[in-house]
Write a protein that binds this ligand. Structure first.
Ligand code: F6P
Length: 552
């Protein structure tokens, strides 16, 4: 069904409203509605979300919710949860939410009992990781596993990396994890440095098991393992004891030489960037254990339930997704900063980049017609306070409008005393979070600065314009459940935005051509006989330069 959301009355109402409200300062909005600081907020599971420091009033929220209804967000959400094929370009169901259903739930997908399938794999993952963690599963020379190396890329890497780092305090079995993704050999070489092959387990994670980077790294890792172990071990046994796979493609796993008894599956209704809660999370489960992994899934499920059942007026992921639309399409904002005040979430922005940009970076609607408005926010960020000493200057005084999400926790994962030994470093971290959102919203006027005795010619440089929108997301602690909640929160925001824009957030055709061209150019780079004249004049010249430098 072709649609133009910008032609609906709901969109027009928002345009009119934008004209009326966009000139107002957040300061004025707070002055005219002092209760907004407590009322333009929401809770979802353990998350407390303050969206009062936005360039909105209560009418904006009402009109954005009208827009969501006009776009059919609720119907499409229900269709997703029920297993309808809403990934239309690939004719697939979209059921990452089924991965975190409790075992007593019921859901049939295309005639299959999805809950039974999911829990069968979870049980296998649990008993495998129990064996690895307890030392029952040993390497080919009888030693227990000390390091798991996950080899995968994109969704088969970013989720596990981010969650492993976020939950490093929960790694309680003496097993650490490393992650290899890039086809740049520097990645594998650096990650193998110092590893003992006898105590290393490789997890080859690839939904398709055809991704060039992953298969290249996996082959190199197998070569490394066998060379390091030497002739004294049986090669087949060595691979069987040191390699397992996570994939939807059993044939390719077997062809690579991994026994499919040591393969953990998932389904085509799980998109790569939505798969950390599938068997793709095996490396995380190996380090934190199946119980903690279960808590991670339960956290996601809690947000799923909130999203599925809460009226849009109180539906936190829906409201945050709608605010993304508000800034992208009405204010013309290009990007959103994600600023966790938690060093353990250092990879969260990188994780969100794939989740959000591979999902919503589309120019055609689900029916193939061009989109009618801009899509796909650019996500980026770094943990606070590091960002404050790098790019926050632009956030505060630059010419661009960059909405930002601030994420913080009450209980620290680590804490240390302050300089005088009486305070908590975590309190310093959190006071920075609160100060930044305050300054971004309210700023400081020329009059206030002049009143402090600042020289007149310096005053304009010191003016803090404020009126910079932020969302603050707080949780009691960075637990497995809360990490799951944060992931699911953003998954559903992406869904709401994609639905408003009329696109299919669950395919990623835009990454295919580059893969094909790289395969085609490979031989041109390496084979001196291959004609260097292959392509456009720029690419040809670059290839010639490269061949000359490499002596080919
Ligand atoms: O980059 C495209 C992509 O298909 C991602 O969507 C996916 O997460 C990644 O490649 C890895 O794919 P696979 O898990 O099949 O190796």
């Amino acid at each position: 069904m072709s649609s133009d959301i910008t032609g609906t009355p709901a969109w027009k109402n928002l345009q009119d409203h934008y004209a009326a409200i966009s000139g107002k300062h957040i300061r004025d909005l707070f002055e005219s509605d002092p209760a907004r600081g407590t009322e333009l907020t929401g809770t979802a599971a353990d998350l407390y979300v303050d969206y009062s420091k936005h360039r909105i009033d209560r009418e904006t929220v009402r009109l954005l919710i009208d827009l969501a209804r006009a776009a059919g967000v609720e119907e499409r959400r229900d269709a997703m949860f029920s297993g309808a094929h809403i990934n239309t370009s690939e004719d697939r169901a979209v059921l990452h939410t089924a991965l975190r259903l409790p075992s007593d739930a019921t859901l049939t997908v295309d005639g299959q009992d999805a809950v039974a399938d999911v829990h069968e794999v979870l049980t296998r993952m649990g008993s495998f990781t129990d064996d690895v963690r307890s030392g029952k599963w040993v390497g080919v020379t009888g030693k227990r596993i000390a390091t798991v190396v996950n080899i995968g890329i994109g969704g088969s890497d970013l989720g596990p990396v981010m969650v492993y780092q976020a939950l490093r305090h929960y790694a309680d079995a003496g097993i650490s994890a490393r992650f290899v993704s890039n086809v740049d050999p520097a990645d594998l070489v650096a990650k193998l440095a110092g590893l003992d092959p006898e105590t290393t387990l490789f997890i080859i994670a690839s939904k398709t098991f055809s991704t060039l980077e992953t298969l290249t790294n996996a082959t190199a890792a197998r070569r490394w393992l066998l060379a390091q172990l030497g002739d004294g071990v049986d090669q087949k046994d060595a691979v069987a004891k040191h390699f397992v796979a996570v994939s939807t493609n059993a044939d390719r796993v077997a062809k690579f030489g991994i026994d499919t008894a040591n393969m953990f599956g998932f389904w085509d209704w799980v998109g790569g960037r939505y798969s950390v809660d599938s068997a793709i999370g095996l490396s995380v489960m190996a380090t934190i254990g199946k119980e903690r992994f279960g808590e991670f899934l339960a956290g996601m499920h809690a947000i799923d339930q909130h999203f599925a059942t809460t009226p849009l007026e109180q539906n936190v992921p829906a409201i945050l997704g709608l605010l993304g639309v508000w800034y992208s399409n009405f204010f013309g904002a290009e990007s959103r900063a994600v600023l966790p005040y938690s060093n353990d979430l250092a990879r969260f922005a990188a994780y969100l980049q794939q989740l959000t940009m591979e999902s919503n970076g589309k120019s055609v609607q689900a029916d193939g017609t061009p989109v009618t408005t801009s899509t796909g926010e650019i996500f980026w960020g770094e943990p606070g306070t590091n960002g404050q000493h790098a790019f926050y200057q632009l956030l505060h005084q630059g010419t661009r409008l960059i909405p930002a999400d601030f994420i913080g926790f009450a209980d620290p994962t680590d804490d240390l005393p302050t300089i005088d030994g009486t305070g908590s470093m975590h309190d310093i971290l959190m006071s920075n979070l609160f100060a930044q959102t305050k300054v971004l919203a309210f700023g400081k006027t020329a009059e206030e600065i002049a009143a402090e005795g600042t020289a007149a010619d310096v005053v304009p440089h010191k003016v803090m314009p404020g009126n910079r929108p932020t969302t603050t997301i707080l949780a009691p602690k960075l637990t497995p459940s809360v990490v799951g909640q944060l992931i699911a929160l953003y998954e559903h925001e992406v869904f709401v935005e994609g639905t408003i824009w009329g696109i299919d957030p669950f395919d990623q055709w835009g990454v295919e051509l580059g893969k094909q061209q790289a395969l085609a150019l490979g031989p041109v780079l390496t084979d001196a006989e291959a004609p260097a004249q292959q392509s456009d004049s720029s690419t040809d010249a670059l290839v010639r330069w490269y061949r000359t430098e490499r002596g080919r």
